[in-house]
Write a protein that binds this ligand. Structure first.
Ligand code: AMP
Length: 216
């Protein structure tokens, strides 16, 4: 299964990717996670990316394209992967298609998760992550006072870029630079729109149904 999970920030790409990984044992390739890891480890890549990420802007195309090339050429990723948060610009999408052609990969689907803006702002405001296992929670479910991950006991935190100012910028960036990719993938018949407004398990079912339907 070779999938792109597409959609605005906070739409549920990370959550759905984790469920698909359990289902298909795919490599989960999240450029956001890879960049955050690089920032945490203060690598050259992380130092380059940090200021863009903090402001809610996109990291330059050449940086993320280089990163994805490296990952997709590795054996464990090339046959079975979920791309989460990449591509986000037209040059990234074109570079990805060129890379697929070069290394002989045929993409199965671009799953486009759709929710309205009000819901996105609410979800990002409510989102908490675990520093230990990376699980994603919403405070509407676990309560705002819970500080430890119910699964592994790790510390729960809010991403700096989930705070109101960077969120506003991330949504602008999505509208201007990322949303045009819907047309790019629709034109080449690879776009599968999925209503992401429902609860997580139901959206997962919609995604699975669409993937199986597309394969047969
Ligand atoms: P995410 O975790 O996918 O919301 O990504 C967090 C941040 O990482 C984004 O706001 C960008 O600053 C950066 N980022 C992640 N993926 C990309 C990408 N494909 N292109 C450029 N910047 C990215």
């Amino acid at each position: 299964m070779k999938i792109i999970l597409f959609g605005p920030p906070g739409v549920g790409k990370g959550t759905q990717a984790k469920l698909l990984v359990e289902e298909f044992h795919s490599a989960h390739i999240s450029t956001g996670d890879l960049l955050r890891e690089a920032v945490k480890n203060k690598t050259a890549l992380g130092l380059k990316a940090k200021s863009f990420m903090d402001a809610g802007n996109l990291v330059p195309d050449d940086v993320v394209i280089g990163l994805i090339e490296e990952v997709l050429k590795s054996d464990e990723a090339r046959d079975n992967f979920i791309l989460d948060g990449f591509p986000r610009t037209l040059p990234q999408a074109r570079a990805l298609d060129a890379l697929f052609e070069k290394i002989g990969i045929r993409l199965d689907s671009v799953i486009s998760l759709e929710v309205n803006n009000e819901e996105i702002i609410n979800r990002l405001d409510q989102r908490r992550l675990c520093r230990g296992c990376g699980r994603i929670y919403t405070i509407a479910r676990i309560g705002a006072d819970l500080k430890k991950c119910p699964s592994c006991g790790g510390e729960l935190y809010q991403r700096d870029d989930d705070k109101p100012e960077p969120v506003r910028r991330r949504l602008e960036v999505y509208q201007q630079q990322t949303k045009p990719l819907i047309e790019y993938y629709r034109e080449t018949d690879r776009l599968v729109p999925i209503d992401g407004m429902d609860e997580i398990g139901y959206v997962h079912k919609l995604v699975l149904d669409a993937l199986y339907k597309n394969r047969i």
